[in-house]
Design a protein around this ligand. Structure first.
Ligand code: UD1
Length: 364
């Protein structure tokens, strides 16, 4: 039987794998190919990895490469070395990679150097900011993939503008089915009660990108929190952010902000629940911008650019950078349009089926 390997390694990869894995269980596909899950080990903390496998009922990965945290070059090199060996040993036919993490790029490079087909889920996204490690991963992955699953019209246009060689397919975005599924289970999340939060009476804040986790940006963030002392802010902290706050003696300064509820990273259902009932979301994450849009929660993106330009065009997302005045002003004064004409900018929720039907045909 033909074999497809999904290479995942970081939190956003696991989230995208979930609907694909669920759809794979359809006998139409199980009769056509075997699916193997390879975890690179990029994320290894329970709260960034294992919790997602249990929440999404994903099986224990067939292989875990245990690369862990180190410099990006060593991390990617370790992944490629181990993946090349694994792909050969297992006689894989197609490698599926997701999003824009180091694991995504490593999976694509190892596959292409092993003369295998590479299919990229969520291809064509661009922030046009090459300081972002994810932007480099996206560009490189797209240019070496031979199947490109583009989630939006903008992504499709970006791929065409770069004269990408592979086959490009407009699939819509997996987030539509991911959010639908999460909303149906949201009553299982007790996070609002646990944190004593009133719906629509708090802001959800996240920050983890490498270009933003520096003392200057972190000081600005603390300044923003101090500008709105009466507003409750929930801040699930990524381990990278915690580490840099501690190294720069900023963790204690942040803890002095009495309006901020600092918590560990939370599982997916809790996170979706927190987005859905937040007054606004303030974030530098890509996925969170989409999730906020789909849950009708206004989003303030503390970056100067976004890959999800459609959410800005529709008026539900605004870019402020990490600028104290602009961000504080947006928190207090900015609102999305009252009557929103919701275009289905992320497709009709059938993305996983479109992708798997395409893969099945390819393997016939
Ligand atoms: C990665 C992705 C990013 C994604 C994010 C979601 C890349 C380049 N970036 O960023 O696109 O939005 O995941 O979380 O792939 N660490 C831990 N425990 C872990 C993993 C990481 O403590 O389980 C710490 C380590 O100190 C590490 C740092 O976080 O040095 C950064 O980890 P890394 O995997 O390089 O990238 P993320 O910031 O998690």
């Amino acid at each position: 039987m033909k074999k497809i390997a999904s290479v995942v390694g970081a939190r956003p990869n696991f989230i995208k794998l979930a609907p694909i894995y669920k759809q794979m269980n359809n006998s139409k596909y199980t009769n056509s190919f075997e699916h193997i899950i390879v975890h690179t080990g990029q994320h290894y903390d329970f709260k960034l990895s294992e919790i997602f496998f249990s929440e999404f009922s994903l099986p224990i990965p067939d292989y875990n490469l245990d690369v862990g945290s180190t410099t990006p070059c060593i991390q990617i090199a370790e992944m490629i070395k181990k993946l090349e060996h694994l792909f050969q040993a297992l006689k894989i036919n197609i490698v599926l990679v997701y999003g824009d993490t180091n694991s995504t790029f490593a999976g694509a490079l190892a596959a292409t150097k092993s003369s295998l087909n590479v299919a990229h889920v969520e291809s064509g996204l661009r922030s046009f900011d090459r300081k972002m490690p994810e932007e480099i991963n996206r560009i490189l992955t797209d240019h070496i993939s031979n199947i490109l699953y583009a989630p939006t019209k903008t992504a499709l246009g970006n791929l065409k503008a770069e004269n990408i060689q592979g086959e490009i397919i407009n699939t819509g975005d997996l987030s539509v089915e991911i959010i639908r599924d999460a909303e149906s289970k949201i009553s299982n999340s007790l996070i609002l009660e646990e944190l004593k939060l009133e719906p629509k009476n708090y802001y959800l804040f996240t920050l983890h990108r490498s270009e933003n986790t520096n003392p200057q940006c972190l000081n600005s963030i603390i300044e923003i929190f101090n500008q709105i002392p009466e507003s409750t802010i929930v801040f699930p902290i990524h381990p990278r952010t915690t580490k840099i706050l501690e190294e720069n003696n900023l963790y204690n300064k942040l803890k002095k902000c009495r309006n901020v509820i600092l918590i560990d990273p939370v599982g997916f259902l809790d996170f979706i629940n927190l987005i859905k009932f937040a007054n606004k979301v303030i974030t530098d994450s890509g996925g969170t911008q989409k999730e906020a849009y789909l849950l009708n929660t206004p989003c303030i993106t503390i970056r100067n650019n976004t890959e999800w330009i459609e959410t800005i065009n529709e008026g539900w997302n605004t870019l402020t950078g990490i600028d104290v005045e602009k961000t504080t002003n947006a928190i207090i004064n900015w609102f999305p349009p009252k009557v929103s004409s919701r275009n289905s900018i992320f497709g009709d929720g059938k993305t996983s089926k479109t992708i798997l039907d395409h893969l099945r045909k390819l393997l016939e």
